[in-house]
Design a protein around this ligand. Structure first.
Ligand SMILES: Cc1ncc(COP(=O)(O)O)c(C=O)c1O
Length: 453
């Protein structure tokens, strides 16, 4: 019997194409609407903030989309990423389950986010853009775009959600080291930020607010575009490089997942691992369960409404049909900043609505406990966001222990937690609490959903 721990692919096996799930959806996605006219949006509408190549990908239904050579050349710095068999964790849990994880923390920024940051920076550069604006929650996305800006010679401006800005000075320093400008959001640099500060001077910020600020800044200058780190089709598309690699690595292990687990903030890391396997379910009828894990304090898929909503707080973005807690909802300041988003990717929302995904939520304390249990067994300290997937995997492995079944569990360990030590220190010191989301605040935010004819 094999006792292999790591399944490694060499650079020759770096995928040449991304997988576009729009080609295989049982029903098409609802159209994206213009925020003013409420009519389906056109490529010209989007061209104010996105480069043309990205807009084409956003709307494409082609199954395979080529990964450009210069993007693959940068991917080569850390890709293909390893797939691990969690043998030590299995032993610690005394479970018959076979646990695998795809480890994206080996990227230079420490997470899966460079998979799309590199691609988006490349397309912007190709179209003559000089400056990109963005938001960041955990700081992983801002770090990734800062890195991509260095590789492609672009100026980067990052609006970092206030609570993360305060919790994570080293993430800010990381971005600045790569030459990016990092501004705490809400800020006085934009109309959107000033409006929030006038009403809530102590606002902890949210991804929705930071997106408004970044979009506002991008729309002001012709040489500036905006990049989003999750949610949109093209971002999820770029992340599929992980699932395509994982399929080959599972074959090396002579195994196949019974279930795939990922944490969901905007949905991109989960999609990246899940979609290439979902293709096999949709086209070949293979039985796999897809478990999307979110925080109980921001339970978009499990408690949100499936409706048209804005992607940001100031209502500058197009309207997309998604699970949402309402664009006015500001999630409590828990320690998985990357999961504090009111909405969910339209593709993930649509698949969940069709019954193809099984979403669930966990509290932050149980997620930290799971992350530490994982770290003690496997030696890798996960990002607080990734702890949600770890919690899900351990939960499923424990169910296998009870039932005696030997299922293959594959999860996305989407980032390391080396910049999140304050969160771990707070947890260890007993300072962290399980934050619940405020139901009345959500009800109010949902009451404000835009009406669409
Ligand atoms: C490590 C990590 N995981 C997950 C997420 C959530 O985003 P997504 O659902 O797009 O993967 C973030 C977002 O910042 C993150 O930094």
């Amino acid at each position: 019997m094999s006792d292999t721990v790591k399944y490694l692919l060499d650079e020759q096996h770096l995928p040449k194409t991304w997988y576009n799930i729009n080609a295989d959806l049982p029903e098409p996605l609802a159209p994206v609407l213009h925020p003013g006219t409420k009519q389906p949006i056109t490529p010209d509408d989007l061209a104010v903030i996105f480069p043309r190549a990205v807009i084409e990908q956003e709307m494409s239904t082609e199954r395979e989309i080529e990964i450009p050579g210069p993007v693959r050349d940068v991917y080569r710095q850390w890709r293909p990423s390893p797939l691990f068999r969690a043998r030590r964790l299995e032993k610690a849990l005394d479970t018959p389950a076979r646990i695998y994880y795809k480890y994206e923390g080996v990227s230079p920024a420490g997470s899966h986010k460079p998979n799309t940051a590199i691609a988006q920076a490349f397309y912007n550069k190709q179209e003559g853009v000089k400056r990109i604006t963005t938001e960041t929650g955990a700081g992983q996305w801002g770090s990734s775009l800062a890195l991509a800006g260095t590789f492609f010679g672009l100026e980067i401006v990052v609006y970092m959600v206030r609570v993360s800005f305060d919790h994570k000075p080293y993430r800010r320093a990381f971005m600045e080291t790569f030459g990016a400008q990092c501004i705490a959001s809400p800020s006085n640099t934009t109309e959107a930020g000033r409006a929030i500060l006038a009403e809530h001077p102590d606002s902890t910020g949210s991804l929705g607010i930071a997106i408004s600020e970044a979009v506002e800044l991008a729309a002001q200058r012709d040489d500036t575009k905006y990049a989003l780190g999750s949610v949109l089709n093209h971002v999820l598309l770029h992340q599929t490089v992980t699932g395509i690699e994982a399929k080959e690595q599972m074959a090396m292990a002579d195994d196949y997942p019974d279930m795939i687990i990922g944490c969901t903030g905007g949905g991109s890391n989960f999609a990246g691992l899940a979609f290439p396997f979902l293709e096999e379910r949709l086209r070949q009828g293979r039985e796999i369960e897809f478990i999307a894990v979110e925080p109980s304090a921001c339970p978009t898929l499990t408690k949100g409404a499936f409706a048209y909503d804005f992607g940001d707080t100031a209502h500058l973005t197009p309207l997309v049909k998604m699970y949402t807690l309402g664009s006015g909802f500001v999630p409590p300041g828990f320690h998985a900043g990357g999961l504090r988003y009111h909405g969910m990717a339209p593709q993930i929302s649509h698949l969940s609505k069709l019954g193809l995904l099984n979403p669930r939520s966990y509290n932050q304390l149980e997620c930290f406990a799971a992350g530490i249990q994982f770290a003690k067994a496997e030696g890798i300290l996960p990002a607080p966001e990734a702890n949600h997937a770890v919690r899900g995997a351990i939960h499923e492995a424990e169910k296998c222990r009870e039932s005696g079944e030997s299922k293959a569990i594959l999860f996305n360990l989407c980032g390391h937690g080396h910049f999140d030590m304050q969160a771990y220190m707070d947890y260890t010191a007993g300072k962290l609490k399980d934050l619940t989301y405020d139901e009345s605040e959500v009800a109010m935010a949902l009451a404000g959903l835009p009406s669409v004819g």
